[in-house]
Design a protein around this ligand. Structure first.
Ligand SMILES: [Zn+2]
Length: 287
């Protein structure tokens, strides 16, 4: 699943579509079938109103909050937003021709095609279809944004991180589950949680209340360090993540513990399921 660095890189790579107008929207049969079965596959709005709202609007800005992208779109009469989550395997492509998408799997699983006024297409593909897309006039109306902690780059992020972890809600939780909660810090998923906990020498299973302020502060540092390193390496490509140009990131070659057998010091790693996700850790390096 793409985490903050991967979504940030997608946002940056989508910059060429800013100031272009969406002239047409086509939705896949998977979406139509899902909606007919009452499942609201990918597009969470009513399909006809989604198409009506989006068509004819200019993409004025693309932003990111946590693992969500949002497109500010407007015409003379209305300004609104498309909020987009890549789920497990969502990917965007900007192409002149649909056949320019090189990988068969992404080509086969296209879900939304936005035609742009320069003749290019912005294609959203999603193999496993856990992604989501919906429109919101105000981003304040979208509950996950209302609850989300400041971005790690925000000056109040560290204070918010420490204060929130000291609240009752998180005291008894394993620290790994806590840092994967967007109310604590946005955008940490399974990979960067395991990596940052290793670098901070903290066991992922340890309860938050049993970790000192100093160590939690250190953990915050390691999370930002891992994010920055991943951004500089083009993100992690585990299975389905692709950049907008179809490229793969290199961060997976820098993993210390995620999907590894041994830690960098040569100790055998343990794995354990925390909050339904498998985690990797070293019982020698992490306490
Ligand atoms: Zn170790």
């Amino acid at each position: 699943m793409p985490e903050l660095p991967e979504v940030e890189l997608v946002k940056q790579e989508l910059a060429p579509v800013v100031n272009l107008t969406i002239t047409d929207v086509v939705l896949s049969n998977y979406i139509y079938k899902g909606h007919a079965a009452g499942k609201r596959t990918i597009v969470k709005d009513d399909l006809k109103s989604f198409i009506d709202i989006v068509t004819g609007k200019m993409i004025a800005h693309i932003g990111r909050r946590g693992k969500y992208l949002y497109f500010l779109i407007s015409d003379e009469f209305q300004t609104t937003h498309i909020v987009s989550h890549l789920g497990m395997s969502g990917a965007y492509f900007i192409v002149s021709d649909f056949d320019d998408i090189k990988e068969a799997n992404f080509k086969k699983h296209w879900q939304v095609i936005f035609t742009l006024n320069n003749g290019q297409k912005l294609v959203y593909s999603d193999i496993r279809r856990f992604g989501e897309m919906h429109t919101h006039d105000s981003l304040h109306d979208f509950p996950p944004f209302a609850r989300m902690a400041p971005e790690y780059t925000d000056e109040f992020s560290r204070t918010h991180f420490l204060q929130t972890l000291r609240s009752k809600k998180f005291a008894e939780k394993p620290v790994k589950a806590a840092i994967m909660d967007g109310e604590v810090i946005p955008g940490v998923g399974n990979i960067y949680a395991a990596e940052s906990l290793y670098l901070a020498h903290i066991l992922p299973t340890k309860k938050v209340k049993n970790i000192s302020d100093k160590r939690l502060s250190e953990l915050f540092e390691r999370i930002t360090e891992v994010f920055e390193l991943s951004l500089s390496r083009g993100g992690s490509t585990i299975s389905d993540y692709r950049s907008v140009t179809g490229g793969k990131g290199e961060m997976q070659h820098s993993f210390k513990v995620y999907q590894q057998d041994k830690c960098p010091l040569g100790h055998e790693l343990k794995t354990k399921v925390i909050n339904t996700r498998n985690t990797f850790y070293c019982t020698t390096c992490q306490r």
